[in-house]
Design a protein around this ligand. Structure first.
Ligand code: NAP
Ligand code: MG
Length: 513
């Protein structure tokens, strides 16, 4: 079946279709195709056939499509939010802040940044063997990029990665999470309205365990966002094929509050970015370390704010502060982490009690005080609306504990002494570190965002975020071509003397190359 034919999900159950459920209500909102390995092969072949013409459009031609798509996102923002909310159960504002805003920015950013970041670069070279020759570095599209995406941000994490891949001249095979395919299907329709040629982008819907291997086997590069466990498997399979992959994986982001911090700002920021999107953000604040002298005051400020948070159905703007959990498995993890902490002596100062009868998947915003590293909530990714807080003696202990993690995605330090904050930031093992802020570094499309340690490989955004979708080619041109270079055969003794003299002249004083 053509992957282009499923753009409008039908609302009836049929064999070979999977349900999309609204996690806030438990109601089925659509049925989409559950594709199989053969469909992936067909989609990949079509993508491969469509790619050369797309590449031939050049940056300007591709950017025109992207700029139209940017306007589409702005004009259809409510439709986009409604679709995202219907399959994730998140608050409307979560979708507006982290997905619509991101999408509108990303189409424009890559349209204008791609030609600069991927422009041919004339390189100055020092070797005497290259005197008079032109050396140019160029970036060719890899061909077909496979994007495999998680369910927490159906637009930003997933479709968002297709944008730079397309701008680099590639065709894309996009596999959204099985639970959240509707946003990708909507955006595929949007891009085609905006002039994207047939088959350049293919959305393959279905389960990762069935489609993952066939996708990796059919593409030239994989961009994966999801769990560390699945990411490792993808890296192994890519290694067998000797194709590159870029991995954005799990996180356990630490937030450090020093004694001289603005406690109002620290508490507000910690709570917001712990609960934002129901805590289902790879870069959410997952744990806080607070210097002893301000610990009680910080906990009190966080608790006071947390107690006011509403968890209503996300029926429209302003309806709720915190939305639902998007997948039921997540509810088990969050519950286990809170129960484990409670059992080991932590204080649940807000939340922790579930509304048993409620349809959909909900967990209340929960603040855990007196946590420590013997508890799972401080060492394993929770990915839910929880904020565990631990008392520390000083900044050194906070840094040591922040780094005592297999993950290294983002982190935060709060202090009024910003110079000291920056110094501490540089000691934290994470791809992005904030001083007096959290999470928003993600919006810096101009700067790389990627994980250290088990949080990933490679980066999205910045130069790295588009160069990775290309194969680098160095072109060497001998313009004023002599009939014979001095070093060519025969070796009559002159070569030795000539090169010896050149080596002495060029490198003899230890200055060059
Ligand atoms: P996941 O279970 O790893 O799934 C991610 C994607 O991989 C889904 O599309 C999934 O398909 C697919 N998949 C599953 N098994 C596969 C296999 N064997 N081969 C290939 N693909 C396979 O992750 P998730 O639960 O959706 O997302 C949550 C995780 O993502 C968290 O750990 C979070 O921290 C991480 N994340 C990281 C970032 C970042 O930028 N670093 C951003 C967002 C999320 P199905 O949906 O069909 O299972
Ligand atoms: Mg969280």
């Amino acid at each position: 079946m053509s992957t282009q034919e499923q753009v409008r999900p039908t609302d009836g159950e049929r064999p070979g279709r999977q349900a999309v459920v609204n996690p806030a209500t438990g109601e089925t909102v659509a049925w989409v195709d559950a594709l199989g390995p053969d469909d992936v092969a067909v989609a990949a072949a079509r993508a491969r056939a469509a790619q050369p013409a797309w590449e031939a459009l050049g940056f300007d031609g591709r950017a025109r499509v992207m700029r139209r798509a940017q306007r589409w996102v702005v004009d259809h923002r409510d439709e986009l939010v409604r679709t995202i909310v219907s399959e994730t159960g998140k608050a409307w504002e979560d979708a507006m802040i982290a997905e619509v805003t991101y999408g509108a920015a990303a189409f424009g950013h890559w349209a204008s940044a791609a030609p600069k970041l991927l422009a041919d670069e004339r390189v100055k070279v020092a070797s005497p063997l290259l005197v008079g020759k032109k050396v140019v570095v160029r970036h060719a599209p890899v061909g077909v990029v496979g994007v495999i995406a998680p369910w927490n941000y159906p637009f930003t994490n997933g479709f968002g990665d297709a944008i730079p891949a397309l701008m680099a001249g590639n065709a894309v095979l996009l596999k959204p999470a099985a639970k959240t395919p509707l946003t990708s299907l909507l955006m595929l329709r949007a891009l085609r309205e905006c002039g994207l040629p047939d088959d350049v982008l293919q959305v393959v819907t279905g389960s990762g365990s069935r489609l993952g291997d066939p996708i990796v086997d059919a593409v030239d590069m994989v961009m994966f966002t999801g769990s560390t466990e699945v990411g490792r498997g993808i890296a192994r399979r890519c290694a067998d094929r000797l194709i590159p992959c870029s991995l954005e994986l799990g996180g356990k982001d630490a937030l450090i509050v020093l004694a001289d911090a603005d406690l109002e700002r620290a508490a507000s920021t910690a709570l917001f970015y712990a609960m934002f999107n129901g805590g289902q953000t790879c870069i959410s604040v997952e744990r806080a370390y607070v210097e002893a002298s301000v610990y009680d005051a910080f906990v009190a400020k966080v608790a006071e704010r947390a107690a006011t948070l509403r968890t209503n159905d996300p029926t429209g703007p302003g309806a709720t502060d915190v939305g639902a959990l998007t997948v039921p498995e997540q509810l088990d993890v969050v519950r286990d982490h809170v129960d484990d902490a409670r059992g080991k002596g932590a204080r649940i100062v807000v939340g922790g009690d579930e509304d048993e009868g409620r349809p959909g998947w909900w967990y209340p915003p929960t603040v855990i005080a007196d946590a420590d590293h013997g508890m799972r909530c401080m060492t394993e990714e929770t990915f839910g609306p929880t904020l565990p807080i631990m008392r520390v003696a000083d900044a050194d202990e906070a840094v040591r504990l922040a780094n005592d993690s297999p993950y290294g995605l983002m982190a935060s330090v709060f202090t009024k002494d910003v110079a000291r904050g920056e110094e501490i930031a540089r000691r934290i093992q994470a791809g992005t570190v904030h001083v007096n802020d959290a999470l928003v570094g993600y919006a810096a499309l101009e700067a790389p965002m990627g994980g250290w340690k088990d949080s990933g490989l490679g980066a999205r955004h910045g130069r790295e975020g588009i160069v990775k979708y290309t194969a680098t080619q160095t072109v060497v041109v001998a313009r004023l071509a002599l009939r014979r270079e001095p070093q060519h055969y025969p070796y009559d003794g002159l070569v030795h003397k000539l090169l010896g003299g050149l080596v002495r002249a060029v490198y003899g004083r230890g200055g060059r190359g």
